[in-house]
Design a protein around this ligand. Structure first.
Ligand SMILES: C[S@@+](CC[C@H](N)C(=O)[O-])C[C@H]1O[C@@H](n2cnc3c(N)ncnc32)[C@H](O)[C@@H]1O
Length: 346
């Protein structure tokens, strides 16, 4: 089996590729992609932390929210918690453990068979699977969809302002960027809505996969809420002069840098979500915005019933440390944001 550099060289020998294709290979090649071969360790021994790796509290707060959503919908029998980007199943396990016997179903949207295997090992028959969100069009009818750090891991197109117009960035055989025409009409259309007054050389990402994904969710059969937690920015911050090299970064062993064409397959590649664009596309397709805020503030509000239930009890220092990591502005409270959308039935 050829290595990822060899596979890339073979593909690039026929001409430069849009960066999105290189990123898709680097992250999702089934043998050599960073996320391809199976779930890697996340947390202290991995390349980065997530709210899930902080500890089970994130799952507990989402379980409390799921119960509330279920009750608001009148406790329907088919109510299903739906998670996408479930990785090794840790968040699913934390949520299921915190449901305290409530009869809520759990469904994982997971395209990668190796991940399904790892999740099954941890979760057994407590969950079911489907391969992609389009399958949600046939049910369930009531649900609570959630994901943590999912669209930041979608392959993105890179575009650069040349002083007159936006151009797409391609990757050459020598692993260098070159500008070219847009590789698809959808990208050209998207670029029409980008600012035209930036300094020449300003580079940013267009996450078409995120737009397809939110449209798929809008088409799903279920009525209920959609909870999206990720790092991201509003449009104004996303297009700021100070971000002239965009938000694409690579992570390895808790070090972050912009050398995104080095060690492909060995590092995580990730971008910030343009939340303004995500909300715009969601509402265009019939979803409504219920809440959108810094993670610290939104999780703080979500945690109120749990915090009240702790009144008069001795504090568990480990759990309070988790709450602090998730919500304090110096940790994950400000860099992460949460968006809650409402979904009518289709
Ligand atoms: C940054 S990790 C986050 C993992 C986990 N949600 C957490 O917070 O610890 C991104 C995850 O998204 C998964 N992923 C990427 N694209 C996906 C897709 N289309 N469907 C399901 N999972 C996907 C990757 O395999 C990876 O497990």
């Amino acid at each position: 089996m050829p290595s990822l550099p060899q596979i890339l060289r073979d593909q690039l020998a026929t001409g430069p590729l849009p960066f999105a294709q290189v990123m898709a290979l680097a992250l999702y090649h089934p043998e050599h992609g960073y996320y391809g071969a199976g779930p890697r360790r996340i947390g202290r021994q991995g390349d980065f932390f997530t709210s899930v790796s902080v500890g089970p509290l994130f799952g507990k707060l989402l379980a409390i929210q799921a119960i509330q959503e279920w009750q608001t919908l009148g406790e329907p029998k088919d109510f299903t918690i739906i998670e996408q980007g479930a990785h090794d199943g840790q968040l699913a396990e934390d949520i299921l453990n915190a449901l305290e016997g409530r009869p809520l179903r759990y469904l994982i949207v997971e395209p990668n068979p190796r991940y399904r295997e790892a999740q099954a090992k941890r979760l057994g028959d407590r969950v079911q699977w489907m391969e992609n969100p389009t399958a949600l069009q046939s049910g369930p009818q009531h649900g609570f969809f959630l994901c943590n750090e999912l669209p930041d891991a979608f392959p993105v197109h890179l575009v650069r302002w040349n002083g007159t117009r936006w151009e797409e960035l391609y990757v050459t055989e020598a692993l260098q960027f070159v500008p070219g025409e847009f590789s698809c009409a959808e990208l050209a259309e998207e670029a029409k809505h980008l600012p035209q007054d930036l300094a020449p050389g300003h580079t940013l990402e267009i996450n078409l996969a995120m737009l397809h994904w939110i449209r798929d969710l809008a088409q799903a059969a279920f009525r209920g809420a959609i909870f999206i937690a990720d790092y991201g920015l509003d449009a104004e911050e996303f297009f700021a002069d100070t971000r002239s090299s965009g938000t694409l970064r690579r992570y390895k062993q808790h070090q972050m840098d912009g050398r995104v064409l080095e060690d492909l397959g060995e590092c995580d590649l990730t971008t910030h979500i343009n939340f303004t664009r995500l909300i715009e596309e969601a509402t265009r397709h019939g979803l409504t915005q219920r809440d959108y805020d810094l993670q610290g503030r939104l999780l703080g509000r979500m945690a109120m019933p749990w915090l009240k239930s702790l009144e008069g009890q001795p504090l568990d220092a480990a759990v309070m440390r988790q709450f602090n990591s998730l919500t304090h502005p110096a940790f994950m409270g400000r860099s992460f944001r949460c968006l809650v959308l409402e979904k009518p039935s289709r």
